[in-house]
Design a protein around this ligand. Structure first.
Ligand SMILES: Nc1ncnc2c1ncn2[C@@H]1O[C@H](COP(=O)(O)OP(=O)(O)OP(=O)(O)O)[C@@H](O)[C@H]1O
Ligand SMILES: [Mg+2]
Length: 286
């Protein structure tokens, strides 16, 4: 996208990494629905898909990411390609994406050569166009994940609430963040753990929630996301829950989560009033 329009309301873009090296815990589902949820509340949103599985890119990029000439892959492969040319519109209004394509084998040698600051530096070049950037991290502790954490101002960790394995590796996760905070990104702040696919009545969900509490204390987001078949319907229809069924229990849960995060990140006050203070204007891209 060469002509980005500066429509953002807030002065500084904040960057939220959705991170858990455990696979299948709801990272991409959270990213997609938060993106549309924030946009519907008036934010200009950039999604960065760092996962070569490309689930988020496949769901919200209007065309198949493979058909795009330039993507996040291109930006990592060739440092001379400006990030702005690798960003695309999505099926959601006011949400753009830096998509990823499934070429990890080709990407790995290039990744070795890139510093973990690589994404942070490039995102700074488009920060004036977006209020919030959401980074969907891959399910590992590799270089792409490190780049995501180094670029982020905040991170949240989805935990699949009925899955005991979901907490395995949580200590590695915490150690990785501590290392990033120590060496690269002192500003990185924990927004909290998000219980996903949650059934508050089942014993296993209650047990996992209490084990999680012993690990993260009160860093658990107040709103959890219930298990719902509607999530798979959303993926199939390439829609967010707000477009598919906003009044379903999972739709209402995501709406509450969007508001909770906007308060925690300082976009709105508890009473829901907007804390933005800059006027939108128009400028050209890079
Ligand atoms: N609230 C929910 N209710 C029911 N199914 C869900 C819910 N959230 C996610 N799922 C399903 O769980 C699976 C994994 O979700 P998702 O792809 O978001 O996880 P992930 O952490 O991004 O996975 P990966 O680590 O492979 O990237 C998907 O099939 C998704 O549809
Ligand atoms: Mg994913």
């Amino acid at each position: 996208m060469n002509n980005l329009i500066r429509r953002c309301k807030y002065q500084a873009m904040k960057t939220l990494a959705i991170y858990n090296p455990k696979g299948g815990v709801g990272k991409s589902t959270t990213t997609v629905n938060l993106a549309d949820g924030f946009a519907r509340r008036g934010l200009q949103v950039l999604v960065v898909d760092l996962d070569p599985q490309s689930n988020t890119s496949n769901t919200i990029t209007g065309v198949s990411p493979r058909k795009l000439h330039l993507t996040g892959f291109s930006m990592i492969e060739d440092p001379n390609i400006p990030i702005v040319e690798c960003i695309h519109e999505t099926v959601f209004e006011n949400v753009h994406i830096l998509p990823m394509v499934m070429k990890l084998r080709k990407l790995e040698p290039e990744l070795w050569r890139r510093d973990t600051d690589y994404l942070r530096i490039r995102l700074a070049r488009v920060a004036e166009f977006y209020d919030i950037c959401l980074i969907d991290c891959p399910p590992n502790l590799g270089k792409l994940t490190m780049m995501g954490l180094v670029a982020a101002s905040h991170y949240l960790t989805p935990i699949k609430s009925a899955d005991r394995y979901s907490l395995d590796g949580f200590d590695d996760l915490t150690e990785t963040v501590a290392e990033v905070q120590r060496e690269k990104n002192k500003e990185l702040r924990y927004l909290g753990a998000l219980l996903t696919m949650h059934d508050g009545r089942s014993n296993i969900s209650k047990l996992i929630a209490s084990d999680l509490e012993s690990k993260v204390g009160d860093h658990i987001l107040s709103n959890s996301i219930p298990q719902s078949v509607k999530i798979n319907e959303c993926i199939d229809a390439k829609k967010s829950i707000f477009a598919l069924d906003a009044n379903s229990s999972v739709g209402l849960a995501f709406a509450r989560l969007v508001k909770e995060i906007m308060v925690k990140m300082g976009y709105i006050d508890h009473d829901d009033s907007d804390t933005g203070n800059s006027q939108p204007d128009e400028v050209n891209g890079e």
